[in-house]
Each structure stands twice: as structure tokens, then as C-alpha cells.
Design a protein around this ligand. Sequence first.
Ligand code: SF4
Ligand code: SF4
Length: 276
Amino acid sequence: MVSVNIDKDPHFRRIIVNEDKCTKCQLCIPSCPSAAFSDLNLFTYEADLCFGCSNCLEYCPYDALDFENWSASNPLELNRLFLLGASAFEIHLGSDLEALENFYLKLNLNSVKLESFSIGSEKMTDDELAESAIFIVNMTREQANFKDRLIIIQCDGIPQSGARLSNNSAKDLKSIHNADLVLKTLKKNNLLLPNIFVQIAGGIDDKSLAKAHALGVEIHGVAIGSWLRKKILELDMAEAKGLCKKIINQSKANAKKTETQKLKIASSSKNLAVQK
Ligand code: SF4
Ligand code: SF4
């Protein structure tokens, strides 16, 4: 899966330490779920470990931490990755749907099997969210071999805050709300097609899927980031490997189940068409 960025997105940023302001007080070290800061000899920061969660910002009393945003991705580079064998991508977009279309229409989708579109940043209104979902389905269904690809609409809530708000059981309600809105919008417009799936991300933990279903929001899946990263960091290497293996096996089983459901839906729609 290749992640690309169309707009300013919190997934595509990382911390920079302002050396003029940093006193090396080390107060930020425990705040980072990916151990980007360390005090092995002297205070150090490893930028490659930063995933942009923003936890550390409030820990620095000297205003020495700030974000740098990565620039928007280039569709031609993504096409090169398809040639090298990549078959899945996720696009993080904002409310600029023209930018999305300009990017998407330059892609060579021949070998692509899975497309994911992340929508619902905190800045988007419900109307913008609904408009984006309709736009994405209409845009993707106009392309050749649409039915051969799986399309995920990922409804983001509060970006990458699972670690920071780990004691807040309501942290995933924003993404569940967004998914509810997207599912209702797509259903109302007859756009919840057999290869369209809706999942949630942002503040997700092991209970979020069941919580969404209990609220009557029939999402197809969840994307777990910060919460799981934090759990894995608490384990030793053997336990972490075991957990990853378990997750991969469960994901494979879920994918198989989804594929069977998809075939069933496709075959029942075909039967309905024949009966008509
Ligand atoms: S706490 Fe989050 S934003 Fe800060 S350095 Fe660590 S990963 Fe990056
Ligand atoms: S808390 Fe701020 S000043 Fe202290 S080490 Fe971290 S970045 Fe530097």
C-alpha cells in the first residue's frame, strides 16, 4: 500500500527540533509513542521515527518543536511504483476535489487492485464529507475495470490521537459519526456498490468496530494506528512478532470473508437483474 498526499494532511508531517530554542531538558522524551526522542548519551531526535501524532508539542516548555509538512505527492511517481509492483494506494485528501480529480486522472490503474480514499479531517463539514464520498464513487466508477478493484472510503476522525487520548473512550466517535454520514449518503444515492467499503480511522482501538456496529453503523472495517503502535511498544520482540502474525492471519481471514460476501452480493444483484 502506497500512501499519497493531495492536501495538507497530518499523516504527512513530522517534527523538527529548533536547535536554537531546545535546551535539551528531555521533557519531551516520554511523550513520543515511537521513541523518536532519546537520551542514550545526549538528547537526540530521529526524524524518520516521527509519524506526526503531535503528542510531544505540549510537553516542550521552550516552544522548540514544530511541524514541517511534506509537499503534495506526484501522480507520476505513484505510476512508477505501480510498474515496480505496487497494487494498492491510499490517497489522503482534503476538501479540494478538483485537486483529487486532477491527481487521480493521471494514474495508470491497470494493475491496481485496491484504492483507499481518506476523508473527514477535523476541518471538513458534514456537507463536504457527503459531497466527497459521492465524488469519489462517481470518479472511480467511470474508470475502466472499476468492478475489479476494491474501493475503500476511510472516514477519519481525530487524526492520529489514539496514543494521546488512550484513556478517552469517546475518541473514536467522530470517525464513527463520519462513517455513518458517508454510509447513509451513499445508500441514499444508490452508490454503496458491491466493491465499495467504508472503514474508520482516527482514535481507533480494539473495541471500535463493535462500538460502531452497536450504534447501528455498519462499517466494513477499521484502520488502527497509534493505539496498536503503543501496544506493540509495550511488548518484547517475541510477543510483538506473535501479535503481528495474529493480526495478519485475522486480516487474511477477514479479507476472505469479505471476498465471499462480495461474490454473494454480486451474484444476487445479477439474479435480480435477470428476474427483472
Ligand atoms: S510525539 Fe508524535 S509528533 Fe512528536 S516526535 Fe513523536 S511521533 Fe513525532
Ligand atoms: S522538551 Fe523541548 S527543549 Fe526540552 S529537549 Fe524536548 S525539544 Fe528540547
